[in-house]
Write a protein that binds this ligand. Structure first.
Ligand code: NAD
Length: 280
């Protein structure tokens, strides 16, 4: 039966390390600005989780709440003010945006040096080409988990299910950067199982409950479940049939308590890194 990768515990360890780094910063408190637009309940929940995580660590967090009628030009002006604000080292615009606002324009308005989500094209480019960059939080959190578990991707076959800009695509790039052989699968992939069954490291990020069953995985595989879905009773569950797969995998992440806690931790991590860069 598989080793359970305890994302909550790894996240706690990392947050303690971050606290030390914050304490070592002289004359500077890391600051994160979070822009929340409209009334989306999930967005509000994520934002308050992020703010609380900042407070717990001693990161200054500034919430900018805007109505969903806000004009794109107004939003861009606010971003520009935050770009120039010395107290702010990270800027995050909670997605999704109202339909009349261009996500691309908003993301590209944030200075790459403050883009702690790692969504700006400059940071995406640097992720691929190398160089100092912010990496997207969810896939980078998974890389940290693998590191903590002493799972070295080098030479392993990593199969990523999902190709979104925030999870799947950067996940494959990060694994490639650590010398894994990477296969991407997505909604148009023919015969998913033939690919996933070859994975030494399987990353499931499709957002479909029970997409990955025991016959999708190789015996001894490392299985990372990014999915956040709800079952009939409204309980949080991933993309992986956990009860089946844990008997066959060598290591597996649970949902909840796996990838989730790492994501916000990496946002804190990027904000602290940013403050360190500004203080140099
Ligand atoms: P998305 O909807 O943008 O992308 C889903 C991807 O899955 C797409 O690239 C699509 O091609 C692929 N896909 C869809 N059906 C498929 C199928 N049958 N076979 C193979 N591939 C298929 O979603 P996302 O933003 O990348 O998020 C994916 C999941 O991860 C969601 O459940 C989301 O809630 C969750 N998520 C969790 C965290 C976390 O911190 N735990 C963070 C971000 C996203």
């Amino acid at each position: 039966s598989a080793e359970i990768i305890d994302g909550k515990k790894i996240a706690q360890t990392m947050r303690a390390q971050l606290k030390d780094r914050i304490n070592q910063l002289e004359d500077i408190t890391p600051g994160l600005a979070v822009i929340l637009i409209g009334d989306n309940q999930a967005s509000k929940t994520y934002v308050s989780m992020k703010q609380k995580a900042c407070e717990d660590l001693g990161i200054y967090s500034k919430l900018v709440k805007l109505p969903d009628t806000v004009k794109e030009s107004e939003l861009l002006d606010i971003i520009q003010e935050l770009n120039e604000d010395q107290l702010i080292h990270g800027i995050l615009v909670q997605l999704p945006l109202p339909a009349h606002i261009s996500e691309t324009s908003v993301i590209e308005a944030i200075y790459p040096s403050k883009d702690v989500d790692g969504f700006h094209p400059i940071n995406i480019g640097r992720l691929q080409a190398g160089g100092e960059a912010f990496y997207p939080c969810t896939p980078n959190g998974i890389m940290k988990m693998l590191e903590f578990q002493e799972i070295d991707p080098a030479g392993k076959h990593a199969v990523v299910v999902g190709r979104s800009n925030i999870v799947g695509k950067p996940m494959g790039q990060l694994l490639l950067g650590k010398s894994a052989t990477v296969t991407y699968c997505h909604s148009k992939t023919a015969d998913l199982k033939t690919h996933t069954a070859q994975a030494d490291i399987l990353i499931a990020a499709a957002g479909i409950r029970n997409l990955i069953t025991a016959d999708h995985i190789k015996s001894g595989a490392v299985v990372i479940d990014v999915g956040m879905n709800r079952d009939e009773e409204g309980k949080l569950c991933g993309d992986v049939d956990y009860d089946q797969c844990r008997l066959k995998a060598s290591a597996i992440t649970p949902v909840p308590g796996g990838v989730g806690p790492m994501t916000i931790t990496m946002l804190l991590f990027n904000t602290v890194e940013s403050a360190e860069r500004f203080s140099r």
